[in-house]
Design a protein around this ligand. Structure first.
Ligand code: NOJ
Length: 756
């Protein structure tokens, strides 16, 4: 009896102690938890956490064939894997990690750039929607699908400002503007991370590529960047800061050197700005092999030195270069890398693993039921069509003498009663191309992806006859298909011509010096135009292309980028008027490659050209105008919007005042439609020269036909701050120009005086 009571008491005691320990553990901060793990780790195990390998699902960089990764995982020598996906696959590797001494879970990273199973428009295309809630939702869905398939971490958003469309990676970002880019960066981070790390549908975001990668010389990928710190702070860093402020869990550094120091070993960027000034608490992963590539840069003698430079500069994890795993232990022993540097990096990584809840349940993201539920989720697919429509930009819609549709006399939208429609061009029946770069192939892609042909077919009644001719390939010299295409065009009432780049002409390592339509596509368009039929040209691309003849001669031109899984339906919605296009360009479209870099927020210079014909001793080309073919912010609607004169609440202000700028927009056309009202500011005289205009606000409004609405913008001195010569972020009193309009090339300006 006594013995039983004793045993009872003892088990009660054990229970109470366990509870106390549990509660204390619960109360421990993530910081303390990470510390308690860290103190149990050997140096080799710590270095293992800083090591990331590619898996075997996809290769998104040059592969190194070496060693048995599984046994390295078992030995605690790997902290993270990229390109491993699917609950079954990730579970298998996680089980191996659980056999390691410290049982530290792996992080699975993946480039979820514009969707996982359901693909959304390219990030640049989505940026054309200027629709922050939609952009956030697209990232949210991508995260939901990816996390259900075992992915913990996306290498997105890419927030690099890109002023050079030769650079193939313009497709991955939000375009040329810092203000718009910063808002989109934050929206994407919020979308990916959802209600916060620890939720099973949240993936860690990764703001990349830190920093200034978009300014690579000549638009050549991986190239050098040399820029003033002021430009860095003012133009290139704010989207990163916005991503950090929105809670981005991680950052990725970049391949380029910045002012002579590779970003991977850049203390200014990583230690001083990111982890110092911005107090960033997450961790930094290198880009693929970028630690070892410092040898090619001529910055490190060998991998040993590269590892030392990168680790000391604050690169916490080495993606695929193997420099850390091979050299850090020796470097620590030799005192070249302090233990504190290793501990700090590892702690940052461990903290994220704790925040993700992986220490509680390493298989948290390996739920097959959830994976199945998210596979081909109807809501996700519907949303893909929604955001694809919003991303389309109508560049031109002129009258055509015998336009078959549109009561306004312009060619678009086409009537659904049109009897004979010719669809011509190499992209009409293209399938996977619609997804663009940075999207993964699935065996059933052909069945799922809506082609242009299918989209138009879905839209029309059985009374319409759809005719097809490919005409030519995307990048070919053969005109053999022209004759058939011309014959098909002649039988039609209207021709929809679908042309563009191949999808793998943009993306990583896809820089191009020639931005014209590849192959003989423009010749095909000319041949079809010669039939006298009304022609709509659809241009699919991941970057601004140069297509002056088309823009000048074809009555209707629609920029369709790469729109994702629902591309065909979205394009048909626009072509046949079920959706009134509302997209606006997030990047300037040049008239010629020679104008690049071209961006709206340039300086005025001492000899500005007064207009496009002014070349007399001014800053201009003698053989080409300065203005872009299509300005930043440009895009048409099927309706028209009239802007009233801009009114200001005050024209002389003091530091604490708010400036209210208002304009009334009236929908004067025949369709309900959305307008993106844009506000730009110029600081007329500064202690350093200021751009001719800078976007400082925009509002996307829906107006019924005939409806008017007043749109108000509020500005304070915070909106006119800039980095002065001493890199101090402040405003300066004086004259400002407040500009409002439908795009950067078409604004009305009002002066104000802002005093101290
Ligand atoms: C290299 C790319 O620059 C980067 O953006 C990407 O996340 C990694 N490869 C991993 O695929």
């Amino acid at each position: 009896m006594m013995k039983r009571n004793f045993l009872k008491c003892q088990s009660l005691l054990v229970f109470v102690v366990a509870q106390v320990m549990f509660c204390t553990a619960q109360k421990k901060t993530v910081d303390q938890k990470a510390d308690s793990v860290l103190q149990l780790m050997t140096l080799d195990e710590k270095i293992g956490q800083m090591n990331q390998y590619n898996g075997d699902w996809a290769a998104t960089g040059p592969i190194t064939k070496d060693g048995d990764k599984q046994s390295q995982i078992r030995n605690g020598r790997v902290g993270s894997m990229l390109n491993v996906t699917g609950t079954a696959h990730t579970r298998t590797l996680q089980e191996i990690a659980m056999q390691s001494r410290m049982k530290i879970p792996l992080l699975f990273g993946q480039d979820i750039i514009h969707g996982y199973r359901t693909i959304f428009p390219l990030p640049l295309a989505e940026a054309a929607s200027w629709d922050l809630p939609a952009i956030e939702k697209s990232a949210r869905i991508a995260a939901t699908e990816a996390s259900a398939a075992g992915v913990h971490w996306t290498f997105a958003p890419m927030v690099d400002i890109a002023r050079d469309p030769r650079w193939g990676r313009v497709m991955e970002g939000a375009g040329e503007d810092t203000y718009l880019g910063s808002l989109i960066a934050a929206a994407r981070v919020k979308g990916f991370q959802g209600k916060g790390l620890g939720n099973t549908d949240a993936v860690m975001a990764c703001a990349k590529h830190f920093a200034a990668y978009g300014a690579a010389v000549g638009g050549r990928d991986y190239n050098s960047v040399d820029m003033s710190l002021r430009q860095l702070y003012e133009v290139y860093l704010p989207p990163f800061k916005a991503a950090a402020d929105a809670g981005a869990a991680t950052f990725m550094n970049s391949f380029n050197d910045l002012n002579g120091i590779p970003a991977t070993a850049n203390k200014l960027l990583q230690r001083y700005i990111l982890k110092g000034q911005w107090n960033f608490k997450g961790f930094v992963v290198s880009d693929w092999g970028s630690v070892g590539e410092m040898i090619n840069h001529g910055y490190a003698k060998n991998n040993y030195e590269a590892a030392m430079l990168a680790a000391n500069a604050g690169s916490d994890m080495d993606m695929e270069s193997r420099s850390y795993i091979k050299n850090l232990a020796t470097l620590v022993k030799e005192g070249k890398v302090k233990m504190a540097v290793i501990d700090e990096a590892v702690k940052r990584i461990l903290k994220k693993k704790f925040e993700m809840g992986l220490f509680d349940d390493p298989y948290k993201f390996c739920n097959e039921t959830r994976e199945k539920q998210q596979w081909d989720n109807a809501d996700n697919i519907n949303f893909s069509r929604e955001i694809a429509k919003k991303s389309i930009v109508l560049l031109k819609n002129d009258a055509f003498r015998s336009a078959p549709g549109g009561d306004s006399g312009v060619l678009l939208p086409l009537s659904k009663q049109t009897k004979n429609i010719a669809l011509i061009g190499p992209l009409v029946k293209a399938v996977r191309d619609n997804l663009g770069f940075w999207s993964y192939s699935w065996p059933d892609d052909t069945a799922r992806i809506v082609t242009l042909w299918n989209g138009v077919q879905n839209k029309l009644s059985n009374t319409a006859t759809m005719l097809y001719a490919k005409g030519c390939n995307i990048n070919d010299t053969s005109k053999n298909g022209f004759e058939e295409a011309i014959a098909v065009a002649k039988q039609s009432d209207v021709v929809i011509l679908s042309v563009g780049e191949a999808p793998d002409m943009t993306g990583e390592a896809k820089s191009r010096s020639n931005l014209h339509l590849p192959g003989v596509q423009e010749d095909l368009i000319k041949a079809i135009m010669a039939t006298g039929k009304p022609v709509v040209v659809l241009i699919s691309a991941g970057r601004p292309l140069v297509f002056n003849w088309i823009a000048d001669n074809v009555p209707a031109v629609v920029y369709t980028w790469w729109l994702g899984t629902q591309a065909g339906n979205a394009i048909a919605d626009v072509l046949f008027g079920d959706y009134n296009p509302s997209g606006r360009l997030p990047i300037s479209f040049p008239r010629a490659e020679g104008q690049i870099p071209i961006y709206y927020n340039h300086y005025n210079t001492g000899r500005p050209a007064r207009n496009d014909s002014d070349v007399y001793y001014v800053s201009a080309y003698t053989d080409m105008v300065n203005s872009p073919k299509f300005s930043f912010g440009y895009g048409l609607s099927y309706t028209q919007f009239k802007y009233s004169p801009v009114t200001l609440n005050k024209t002389t202000l003091h530091a604490g005042d708010k400036l209210e700028a208002s304009v009334t927009i009236t929908n004067t056309g025949n369709f309900d439609g959305e307008e993106i009202v844009q506000l730009y500011v110029r600081d007329v005289v500064g202690s350093v020269v200021r751009p001719v205009k800078e976007l400082k606000g925009f509002q996307k409004i829906m107006l019924k036909k005939g409806e008017s609405r007043e749109v108000k913008f509020m500005l304070s001195v915070n909106d006119v701050k800039f980095y002065n010569d001493a890199l101090k972020y402040d405003w300066e009193p004086g004259e400002f120009r407040i500009m409002i309009g439908p795009n950067a090339g078409n604004v009305q300006a009002k002066p104000v005086q802002w005093n101290r």
